[in-house]
Design a protein around this ligand. Sequence first.
Ligand SMILES: N[C@@H](CCC(=O)N[C@@H](CS)C(=O)NCC(=O)O)C(=O)O
Length: 320
Amino acid sequence: MSTAKKEQTEILNWASKDGEFRRQQSVFRDQIVDEPGAKFAPERDRYHLYVSLACPWAHRTLMVRELKGLQDFITVSVVDYLLLDKGWKFSTSEECPGAIPDTVNNASYLSDLYFKVNPEYSGRFTVPVLWDKKLNTLVNNESSEIIRMLNTCFDKFLPDDKKAINYYPENLRAEIDELNEWVYDTVNNGVYKSGFATSQQAYENNVYPLFKSLDRIEDILSKSDYLVANTFTEADIRLFTTIVRFDPVYHGHFKCNAKSIEKDYPNILKWARRIYQMPGVAGTVNMDHIKKHYYMSHRQINPTQVVPIGTGPDLSLPIN
Ligand SMILES: N[C@@H](CCC(=O)N[C@@H](CS)C(=O)NCC(=O)O)C(=O)O
């Protein structure tokens, strides 16, 4: 197949005939549960996370692992930032600084893991992947579910300060769910739907609602430090990973350029600094992987693979 033809096929894989990008549903939905006889029980050093430092969905899981102090329970592999025709690839840290090869399955590509579990698998090979080293299988590949498992499943092993952390408290669930729904559709996925649109109409159908939602978030954060009940919850974590990528990548690469976080959303910027400066969070943000992944992998959007120099607002500055 010629390169042009291949790239055309890639575009068609992303967008539907109407030019709209539609994200596929995650397939592996097993759960770690702290109950007697559970197939996937919480245990020290039993689980492994496969992530990309570039991917906002995988980034959520890394953040919760860090904030809940689960480093001893869940080991990690980091794929190469480049996502080309064969999907996510494992590289050494010499080949790709920041990458952590797969020492669990010794896979070369993320797809090897999906095929190991299901040789007939025909979906996309996405990160994050939560892997069980004991039963040698894929537990779950849906970030929103993985962060909920990490939020409570290992609590009985944790010191009191970490056990006390709950990013999805019972009394705020309805409010968190309601917020997550529109933030997911118009912001987390909205940037992708804008950037991957292959028609003007599909782009505009998504980019206007994106900025309407950012305005709505700015308003919430002008009155409160966090999105729901002035409490740091999973709603903040889920949005943070998109906001960190907004100015350096989505603003240019995904054509989300009506406004920028740094110049137009002072309260979102303050909130992002508040979260970035929480212990452990800055270490989960790798701007090199983030920028190189988007600008160099999506060659139909950026055929030259030139990576712009901007890195977005400095989130380490004092919150004023
Ligand atoms: N719903 C999934 C989405 C994960 C996802 O789409 N990950 C992207 C990276 S940002 C991926 O791995 N894409 C690879 C591909 O589609 O080939 C989740 O939240 O876990």
